[in-house]
Design a protein around this ligand. Structure first.
Ligand SMILES: [Zn+2]
Ligand SMILES: [Zn+2]
Ligand SMILES: [Zn+2]
Ligand SMILES: [Zn+2]
Length: 359
């Protein structure tokens, strides 16, 4: 269980380590190769096996703003990063709150030896405005976005030598609307999935014979139903063969995972994140793959395990649930290193994202 229950959506990232940021090249969309946009961060410390170097632990998610990069059952337009700090570190007090809250997050611009931050997206900025040498950007794309606003400031800098006070998180059209979220417990009564038969469990039980018994039961029920149906429709369907009737009454294979997912969503319609470290992902649909075993950690080789799942409701909160082409998902699943292994310079390690869609 996580010790901490908050997260933040939209705006600019509140970097846990404000000094060693992901490189701009790490934050490019794998589809269009343009800078991704900060989607959310979740305080994610306190796992059962977290070592002392991961006393503070935060996950960061990025998504490409381009709707065309959102492809069914493909997470190429999303990226997740894990960052950790020991209890004794350069940025947060040893005896301070267990989890640095947003108000406590040091502003990287205040660090004299810190990296510059892009005015648009809040990520590491290696580029400067050539004219004033003050405004910083991660990419030319973001300099272009800022130019209509910055050209006024740029002239001001020429006179005053600096940009006048700007709000800590100035809004711009690139970032998502910002708000904080409580990662609450989801409401899941023990009998929630009653009445939905689960193929997977049936498969698991194959050896001890339960599966055969159940199939036999189901078969009897089906034959009973069919005989009843035949009797009721005797006259109407007099010239239909048994095969015709079978074909006419055959059902589409059921999407049991979707039924379950739907029940949980109906019960928790405001849920935006299912946070279940070391838990099980809830498959949104059985019609596409959700691997049970994913690639191990790139850094240490430990198995990656499920940590969190973004629910469809998040799409409406960030205003991308438009009809037609838009960023979309049934669920986004984040799998992280089960060992919370040490990351060089306490920087940001890329973790694994999997996406399921209802297509
Ligand atoms: Zn893209
Ligand atoms: Zn940027
Ligand atoms: Zn300038
Ligand atoms: Zn690892």
């Amino acid at each position: 269980m996580s010790r901490c229950t908050w997260g933040k959506i939209g705006g600019k990232p509140s970097w846990l380590n404000p000094k060693v940021l992901p490189k701009s090249s790490d934050l490019l969309c794998s589809v269009c190769e343009k800078p991704m946009c900060f989607l959310m961060q979740v305080c994610a410390n306190g796992g059962e096996s977290d070592p002392p170097h991961a006393f503070h632990r935060t996950l960061f998610l990025f998504v490409c703003r381009n709707p065309g990069c959102s492809r069914p059952n493909d997470a190429s337009n999303l990226k997740a990063f894990r960052c950790q700090l020991p209890r004794a570190n350069d940025f947060y007090s040893f005896d301070g709150p267990m989890n640095p809250d947003f108000g406590d997050v040091p502003d990287p611009r205040a660090l004299t030896d810190g990296p510059g931050l892009c005015k648009i997206c809040g990520c590491a900025a290696a580029k400067k405005c050539a004219k004033c040498q003050v405004a910083r950007y991660c990419s030319q794309a973001h300099q272009v976005i800022d130019w209509p606003q910055h050209k006024l400031e740029c002239a001001e800098v020429a006179v005053n030598g600096s940009i006048s006070e700007e709000p800590k998180n100035p809004r711009n059209a690139f970032v998502f609307k910002e708000f904080e979220v409580e990662i609450g417990q989801e409401y899941m009564p023990a009998n929630l999935f009653d009445g939905i038969s689960d193929d997977e469990e049936d498969d698991d039980n194959e050896e001890d014979g339960n599966d055969e018994d159940e199939t036999e039961e189901e078969k009897k029920a089906r034959i009973r139903d069919f005989e009843k149906f035949l009797k009721e429709n005797k006259e109407k369907n007099a010239d239909m063969t048994k095969e015709d009737l079978d074909a006419a009454t055959a059902e589409q294979p059921k999407d049991i995972d979707f039924d379950k997912f739907n029940r949980l969503v109906n019960l928790n319609p405001d849920q935006i994140v299912r946070y279940k470290r070391y838990g099980l992902p809830l498959r949104a649909t059985g019609r596409s793959e959700l691997p049970e075993v994913v690639e191990p950690c790139d850094l240490c080789g430990s198995p990656r395990r499920f940590e969190m799942q973004l629910m469809p409701h998040l799409l409406s909160l960030i205003d991308v649930d438009a009809i037609g082409q838009s960023i979309d998902w049934a669920s986004v699943y984040v799998f992280t290193c089960s060992a919370s292994c040490e990351i060089a310079d306490y920087g940001y390690a890329k973790e694994l994202v999997v996406k399921q869609d209802f297509i």
